[in-house]
Design a protein around this ligand. Structure first.
Ligand SMILES: CC(C)(COP(=O)(O)OP(=O)(O)OC[C@H]1O[C@@H](n2cnc3c(N)ncnc32)[C@H](O)[C@@H]1OP(=O)(O)O)[C@@H](O)C(=O)NCCC(=O)NCCS
Length: 176
């Protein structure tokens, strides 16, 4: 995590600070895994020519906060090392996150912020059904300059319903 999130070509696209340490990330990861937390963090690994696997990216879904009325929403973050970009890693991570949100986690709304000039990430998000909902001007300091971000969100394309059968006392469908 420290290597990916702290890479000089990745970090400016995030809200992270320079010089992250492995210890800080270990503590953050432990926090995300604490009982009662519902974060999902996925790692992407690639195998090199020598057969060695290494982590090249990550993507996460995180609760938007404690309010009960926001339980249907989660925020998304994603990062891939430059040497692994453009090979479908981002797409694979996004697919896995969206499937998890749609089919398992009761998430109706995924939201995120992206710097307005991050064309690559914006294109990836749009491919997965995210739409721009607004622009936050001068949102964050990035390399000595205040820059705008776009707020984007994706609503569940086909929100789940209770199935066509009503549970019997045995738990079996009526005509099973
Ligand atoms: C954004 C990011 C996660 C994409 O990951 P990736 O592994 O390179 O993505 P993929 O290889 O799966 O490509 C995703 C899509 O972007 C497209 N793409 C590639 N380069 C592009 C560019 N310069 N501009 C626009 N789209 C581009 C690809 O064609 C692909 O589209 P397709 O699925 O229709 O073929 C990665 O570039 C990254 O980590 N960037 C730095 C951190 C960052 O910006 N994180 C997002 C913060 S909001």
């Amino acid at each position: 995590m420290a290597e990916v999130m702290g890479h000089p070509d990745v970090l400016p696209q995030l809200l992270q600070l320079p010089y992250p340490s492995a210890e800080v990330w270990a503590a953050r990861l432990a926090e995300m895994l604490a009982p009662g937390r519902n974060d999902l963090l996925l790692m992407a690994e690639l195998q090199d020519a020598g057969g060695h696997w290494s982590v090249v990216g990550n993507a996460g879904l995180h609760p938007c906060g404690p309010p009960v009325r926001r339980r249907h929403a989660m925020s998304l973050g994603i990062a891939v090392l430059p040497r692994a970009q453009g090979q479908g890693v981002g797409r694979a991570l996004m697919q896995a996150l969206c499937d998890f949100a749609d089919d398992w986690a009761q998430v109706l709304r995924i939201e995120l912020g992206v710097y307005a000039d991050n064309a690559r990430a914006i294109a990836l998000y749009q491919r997965f059904g995210f739409e721009v909902e607004g622009r936050q001007r001068g949102y964050a300091l990035r390399g000595g300059e205040y820059v705008d971000t776009l707020m984007m969100a994706r609503l569940h394309p086909n929100p789940p319903r209770i199935g066509g059968w009503v549970a019997s006392p045995t738990g079996s469908p009526p005509d099973a």
